[in-house]
Ligand binder design. Structure first.
Ligand code: UDP
Length: 253
């Protein structure tokens, strides 16, 4: 992978949204398979104490810095990332690409009914898009400890039979990374992206933070106000910053 920095062991491509889209477009044109991961601060902190997870993410073909904390880290440690590239933004660009170039999309994940609502909204906006299929994320599969279960085999068969070229895997992190890592060889689709709550946003069930929060890098604050129960998970951010400022370890390389 080109132009990579490592943050607490997790590889991240130093790319922009525009270049990330070009990379994906090239993979589709050349018929190459590509996995895309979208780590944020919480996942990097989890991967710091979980080598298996860290190695799994690092096997991704394109790893984009989804979290604003990663941008701060890269700047504090003088290896500045060009910009934050979120999974939602890249997914939106992929929808446009599918719409323009005729690539077909399969959405895996979310509660029963969520992917259908997402598809209804997508089709209103992207009138030429080919939807190959959908499936909820609550089947027995690798992501919840049932690797190779019949239910998982049926989902993989459905994705392959659908002829999908682009696959959104919205199972939440790190379930989606695990699912992609273990199953990519069995899948015929070209591009697969672990894009967490994107299905909820596309369905209109979850609203993205207003632009001002996005611009100020404060989406985490907006999410915390809306879902205070996330406080435990979000403590990863201050812990991450403290580590960066006071640890003697080489945390960014
Ligand atoms: N999800 C799923 N299967 C699971 C767990 C989660 O399909 O076994 C879906 C969940 O319904 C939601 C999405 O994954 O649509 C993101 O979940 P969450 O908010 O927990 O993940 P995060 O955004 O924190 O990565």
């Amino acid at each position: 992978m080109n132009n990579v920095i490592k943050i607490m062991g997790v590889a991240v491509n130093n790319t922009t949204l525009v270049d990330a889209v070009k990379t994906v477009e090239k993979a589709l044109e050349n018929n190459n398979q590509m996995s895309i991961y979208t780590p944020n601060t919480e996942i990097v902190m989890e991967a710091r104490s979980d080598n298996t997870l860290c190695n799994m993410i690092n096997r991704g073909d394109l790893i984009i810095p989804d979290g604003v904390g990663l941008i701060y880290a890269s700047k504090i440690k003088k290896k500045p990332l060009k910009e934050r590239v979120t999974g939602v933004d890249l997914s939106t660009k992929l929808l446009s690409l599918c719409d323009k170039k005729g690539y077909s999309l399969y959405i895996l994940g979310g509660k029963e009914g969520t992917a259908q609502r997402a598809v209804d909204n997508i089709m209103k906006k992207y009138t030429n898009i080919k939807i190959a299929g959908i499936h909820n994320g609550y089947f027995k599969g690798t992501h919840i400890g049932y690797e190779g279960h019949d239910e998982e085999k049926a989902v993989i068969e459905d994705i392959n039979n659908s002829g999908a070229e682009v696959l959104f895997v919205c199972l939440g992190a790190p379930k989606q990374e695990l699912w992609i890592d273990k199953n990519r060889d069995k899948l015929n689709c070209k591009v697969m992206i672990g894009n967490g709550g994107t299905v909820d946003i596309l369905a209109g069930d979850v609203k993205r933070a207003p632009l001002i929060y996005q611009k100020l890098g404060l989406e985490w604050l907006h999410r915390l106000i809306k879902q205070p129960s996330r406080i435990k998970r979000q403590m990863a951010l201050p812990k991450f910053v403290l580590l960066l400022l006071f640890s003697r370890e080489k945390l960014v390389e």
